[in-house]
Each structure stands twice: as C-alpha cells, then as structure tokens.
Ligand binder design. Structure first.
Ligand code: NAP
Ligand code: 3JN
Length: 335
C-alpha cells in the first residue's frame, strides 16, 4: 500500500461500508493502512481492499489506536457509543449517522454546499441524511442566485437506504409474488414490492416522520437558513438503489427555467438530464453506481413566477452516504 493515512471503517460489512471501500479504491484515497470494523457476527470475515484480503475486526473502544480517519456507518447508537473513543485516540470521525448532525459544535457538511464548515470541527464531522444531500446540492446554485424562501419536497427512496436486509426483503417479495406466494414482511410493516410506503423512520408527535424532520432541520443547518420553511414527505418505493425527489422551491425573486438550467449545468456535483420531448429525465436505474446528483424536469410554477419544480436523483449509497463522507475526508487532508 502507498503511504498515506490510517483509515478505519466502522460498519464495513454494510451497504454503506461496502460503498466506502469501493470509493476509497476508486478515488485512490491515500490509505496507508485500513481497518474494517463490524459486529461480532462478522468477526474474521474477509473483505478485499486493493486486491488484499483483510479480516473484519469486532468494533470496540480500542479499535482506533493509531487511526487518523474513522468513517462510521453502523447506525447512530454505535456512533454515539464509539465515536468519542475514536476522537480520544486521535482520529477525525466522519459520521454517517444522525447521532451528532444537529449538535451545534459538529459541522454538517456537503462539500459542494458548505465546505468551509469542515475547518470548525472538534473531532467529529457529520454527513447529512441521503435525502438532504441530493436536495441541497441541487438547490445551492439556485439559492445563490435567487435566495430560497420555501421548499416542498416529496421523496421516492430506494430500499438500500434501509440497508442490506431491506434489499433482500424486496428481492424475496418479488420472487414470492412471481411464484404466487404470500409476501413476508420483516423489515417494513407492509409489502414493499409493488407498493409505496409513506413511512420512513419513526412517526413523531407532530405527525411527520423522523426522516422528514431530518430533511427539515438538516437543510436549515447546511443552508444556514434556520427559519427556512421546509415541508417534506418521505416515501419508500420498490427501487433497489437510487433516491428520487420531487422538489418545489420558492425564491425571493422571479426565476426562469432556462437560467436555472444554466446554473445547474455549471454547479459542482450536478448533471442536468432534461429533454422531456425525448423522454430524457433522471432515473434511479441510471444513477446507480454514479457520483452526480442528476436534475431534470426543471420548470417554473404556473401560478408563482418565483417558484421552480424539479426532479433530482442520486445514488443514495454513494453521494447520499459513502461518497459525501469521502469527499469530506478529501477536503480534510487538503488542510
Ligand atoms: P447495513 O447494511 O444494515 O449495515 C450495518 C453495518 O453496521 C454492518 O457493517 C454491521 O455489521 C454494522 N453493525 C451493526 N451493529 C453493530 C454493532 N453492534 N457493532 C459494530 N458494528 C455493527 O446498514 P447500512 O445501510 O450500511 O447503514 C448503516 C448506517 O449508516 C445506518 O444505520 C445509518 O446510520 C447510516 N446511513 C446513513 C445514510 C445517510 O443518509 N447518510 C444512508 C444510509 C445509512 P455486521 O455486518 O457485523 O452486522
Ligand atoms: O432510509 C433511507 O433511505 C436513509 C436512511 C438513513 C438512516 C437509516 C438508519 C439510521 C439513518 C440516517 O442516516 O439518518 C439512520 C440514522 O443514523 O439515524
């Protein structure tokens, strides 16, 4: 291995951990040593990194000795329990969970939107929720031009956002449906095959779900607009990988779809896919395995000349999680 940083991945055997390994390799992140951490269920399992087989170790408080960078994606309870140990051992933590996102002294970063926040870290940098990330990447250039005043968003989130078990459940239900058998539900409360569930994460007292409230609060923090009205409806759809979103955004000034398209074409991390006459618009199936946030169906509201609607699609395991985390790490090592 080339000289570089000592990197640990907590949750290395999961859907996000898997994408982290791939992306570290693809982007030739300067890794001197890598440590794969997961639960006791995966102890000794071999994962390949740059052609070398590496055994998974059980995550514990002493897993981070000598580590420079710890990428966490094992859920918020695990982050809360072990991220402090990683920081104490001298590592910088980039955390994919919701554990620290809304803490005042933890930067919540999307490198295309607020990279300047990275410098304020005190050991932990939080990666936003996948649905927030792709929405703010698309909104940032529009906000810089016209100033956002309201967002209404509906998401169409793939099952990989729930992890490996949910991907297996969708596949199993499709198989059962083809064979005329009963659809068994273990991960979701209803069949996800051939269905849409307006329910992601738990319901809160205000009748919104936690996923919807993450989109509200994280967007306000990242965009530095603490009073921005955001209304989110998060829906799980029977797609394996790739989250899609229908975004309605109001601005302080009149907008135009032509100018919005030009701004989005120039924006980092965005690719415009918008030729409806030829049936060309962003599709989850095309976004899988890719890095950009794809934006299409860009149009001005018929009744409000200060509002735009668009459709944004991204690979939730990459830009929504692993890629964003590794982009943060790349910014960190520039420092
Ligand atoms: P997953 O496929 O279910 O994988 C979970 C990972 O966590 C596995 O590596 C698992 O190890 C590990 N893990 C579970 N319990 C553990 C324990 N007690 N000790 C150590 N490791 C443990 O889930 P995923 O889709 O990769 O997501 C993992 C987490 O990433 C989520 O819970 C969430 O916090 C975060 N996430 C964030 C976003 C985002 O929007 N930014 C998107 C998706 C996920 P074993 O294989 O040994 O069980
Ligand atoms: O459901 C999705 O599409 C995204 C899921 C994200 C997720 C799943 C379990 C726990 C999160 C997250 O990133 O907000 C968490 C969490 O850390 O709370």
């Amino acid at each position: 291995m080339s000289r570089g940083f000592k990197v640990a991945i907590a949750g290395a055997t999961g859907a996000v951990g898997d994408a982290m390994r791939t992306i570290l390799e693809e982007r030739e992140f300067p890794v001197e040593e890598v440590r794969f951490l997961a639960s006791h269920r995966s102890e000794g399992k071999k994962l390949t990194f740059r052609g070398e087989e590496i055994s998974v170790q059980v995550l514990g408080n002493d897993s981070f000795r000598g580590i420079d960078l710890a990428l966490f994606s094992a859920g918020s309870a695990i982050s809360k329990e072990f991220a402090p140990a990683a920081v104490k051992a001298g590592a910088v933590v980039v955390d994919n969970s919701s554990a620290f996102r809304m803490e005042e002294d933890v930067p919540l970063v999307v490198p295309e939107v607020n990279p300047e926040e990275i410098a304020n870290h005190r050991g932990i940098i939080a990666n936003p929720n996948c649905s927030t990330i792709q929405m703010v990447v698309a909104l940032k250039p529009l906000h810089d031009k016209w100033r956002l005043s309201r967002i209404v968003v509906s998401t169409y989130q793939s099952v990989s956002g729930t992890g490996r078990r949910a991907m297996a459940e969708l596949e199993e239900q499709v198989r059962s449906w083809v064979e005329g058998k009963k659809l068994e539900c273990q991960v979701y409360p209803h069949p996800i095959a051939f269905n849409c569930l307006p329910h992601i994460d738990v319901f809160l007292e205000n009748h919104y779900t936690k996923e919807e409230m993450k989109m509200v609060q994280e967007t306000q923090k990242i965009m530095k607009l603490p009073n921005l009205p955001v209304n989110a409806t998060a829906v799980r759809v029977p797609v394996m990988v790739g989250h899609s979103e229908s975004v309605y955004a109001e601005f302080e000034e009149e907008v135009s779809s032509e100018e919005a398209t030009l701004l989005l074409k120039e924006a980092p991390g965005v690719e415009v896919v918008d030729d409806p006459g030829k049936n060309v618009y962003p599709l989850a199936i095309d976004a899988e395995g890719k890095d950009p946030c794809y934006v299409g169906r860009i149009r001005v509201d018929l009744y409000n000349r200060r509002a735009l609607s668009f459709w944004v699609v991204a690979d939730n395991l990459r830009k929504g999680a692993a890629l964003n985390a590794i982009q943060i790490a790349e910014e960190l090592i520039k420092e």
